[in-house]
Ligand binder design. Structure first.
Ligand SMILES: [Fe+2]
Length: 278
């Protein structure tokens, strides 16, 4: 039977809340088999789940600091933001428009010091490095656990397409917005994530997912101490469709909703990986 959505009231609107499973990072780290099975079920059904990281105090401190860094970054005058545009580069730099903006920082650039952080962020480079490093450890743990569930008696591993020795486009991306006077003015941006796994930290309503069993939209609730994890197209392809990359979109539940900040880690495979089953 399809899970039932609970309801939430935001402003004067009642919304459906997506029934996401919660997976404990602590239990996964301890090698708990039931938690690994829960992870596999969540990644193969909805393709969205909460990861409880409440025991990772340093990581959550980094996330809090990144919210302030993000807010500070986007208060700069537009001419400063425009200096961070990287033309024809999908994975680096500033992108933005009226009421929204994003800044993406590649893990490889930070590790190899190939591109300096924007000046306003340089004093916080330790936080950026620490967030990226811990996020990368977390997604590799998820990858190993999913591989064990996908191919229990085989030498196949999702890690084979995410080797530490190979360049990739994994990144930290921070967002501002959207926040519009009229919810109806938010354009349709339905998509699936192209990479392997996304960790999203936010404290506000902003993401809707398409429930696979009804094709109806439900809102993802922001939970303190939890990352919202998304399975991307790469894992769906490498797993032969046993992991699910769920269509979702960014919106706002009511008119004139307050500004929203988000901190994400996009975990992507080695460059030039073929999207075929392992
Ligand atoms: Fe997305």
């Amino acid at each position: 039977m399809a899970p039932i959505c609970k309801k939430a009231v935001v402003g004067n609107v009642t919304i459906d809340v997506a029934p996401l499973e919660t997976i404990s990072l602590e239990l996964l780290l301890r090698g708990d088999e039931r938690e690994r099975m829960k992870l596999y079920a969540a990644a193969g059904s909805l393709g969205f789940f909460y990861l409880d990281v409440s025991d990772s105090e340093k990581h959550l401190t980094d996330v809090e600091r990144l919210y302030s860094i993000t807010e500070n970054y986007f208060t700069q005058p537009e001419q400063e933001l425009l200096k961070d545009i990287r033309e024809n580069d999908e994975f680096r730099g500033y992108k933005g428009g009226k009421n929204w903006g994003s800044l993406e920082i590649l893990r490889d650039d930070v590790n190899f010091s190939e591109e300096l952080l924007p000046p306003i962020i340089q004093a916080d480079s330790a936080t950026v490095e620490s967030f990226i490093s811990t996020s990368h450890e977390i997604v590799h743990l998820l990858l190993a656990q999913l591989s064990k569930s996908l191919w229990p008696n085989s030498e196949k591993h999702l890690q084979d397409k995410h080797r530490a020795t190979e360049r990739n486009n994994s990144s930290l991306k921070v967002y501002r917005g959207p926040s519009l006077e009229r919810r109806a003015d938010v354009g349709d941006n339905t998509h699936t994530d192209g990479g392997s796994l996304t960790l999203l930290y936010t404290d506000k309503w902003g993401t809707q997912i398409e429930l696979p069993w009804s094709k109806e939209w439900a809102w993802v609730e922001a939970k303190p101490g939890h990352a919202i994890v998304t399975v991307g197209d790469t894992l769906q392809a490498l797993s032969g469709g046993r992991l699910y990359s769920c269509p979702h979109r960014v919106s706002q539940p009511v008119d004139g909703f307050e500004e929203r900040w988000a901190v994400t880690y996009f975990f992507r495979p080695e460059n030039n990986v073929s999207l075929v089953p392992l």
